[in-house]
Design a protein around this ligand. Sequence first.
Ligand SMILES: [Zn+2]
Ligand SMILES: [Zn+2]
Length: 280
Amino acid sequence: QILNDEMCEICEVWTAESLFPCRICPRVYHDGCLRRMGYLQKDSAVEVTETAHTETGWSCYYCDNLNLLLTEEEMYSLMETLKNCKIIPGACLTLDDFLHYKHQVHKQQFERTMPEAQEEQAALQFNALDPDKKGQIEWQDFLSHESIQLLQKIRPQNALLRLLTPKERERARAAFLALDQDNDGFIGEGECRQARHSWFRKHQREMQSCNVRPGEAGTLGGGGRPHFGGRPWASSTAGVSSEPVCARRSIDWPGFLRENVAYILAARPNSAALHLQPLA
Ligand SMILES: [Zn+2]
Ligand SMILES: [Zn+2]
């Protein structure tokens, strides 16, 4: 059982007033305190009150900002990269800015041009960061995306796993158990990947492609590109399951958590943008 704090993080006072819990950490807040500290703008006040007690939930200002996960050194290195690529802190980015930046970063790192497939992926990522189709992405969303990408690149997976909170682990566990319909402790690779798409609980809009029920995940997700050469015991229990066997590799709970950890962290911000677009 995961318990929330009893006292408001800001005023440290217990009152009978309702407190808004963070969906990520144990902190709770008075909306009056959030407003007084300037953490609630006019429209986000409605957001908090409407979503904090729903399934979607609300992330507090510590958890909302993926940039806070970086160490000072990592932050410095990110800022250097941005400076080298002439990215102006605080400014919105167009698709051209974004692709130009991605090309430059790729060239600096690998000393050759970015392949076309990767440019396509970058364009998809841009669209995911621009859910309102404004043709530009907000600085904060760009920074969150770059922060999680940097973490994914330079920190070992175990270090990322340590960043997960008990609430995040519990939700991931529930998602895993829902996917493991025959209760053998393993799920298919396609389902594991599909879980990434359904991870992002964003309040503004229903993402059509994300609303995949666990039972359908295999057929939609892994159908196109089955993976061969997986572990031999993968299909031994296939007869029990009514689902088509399309994912050849089985993934257990620690594996599920490892493979999805970056996406779980990327889902923290309240913004409707997807800060780490899963590969199709
Ligand atoms: Zn308070
Ligand atoms: Zn929090």
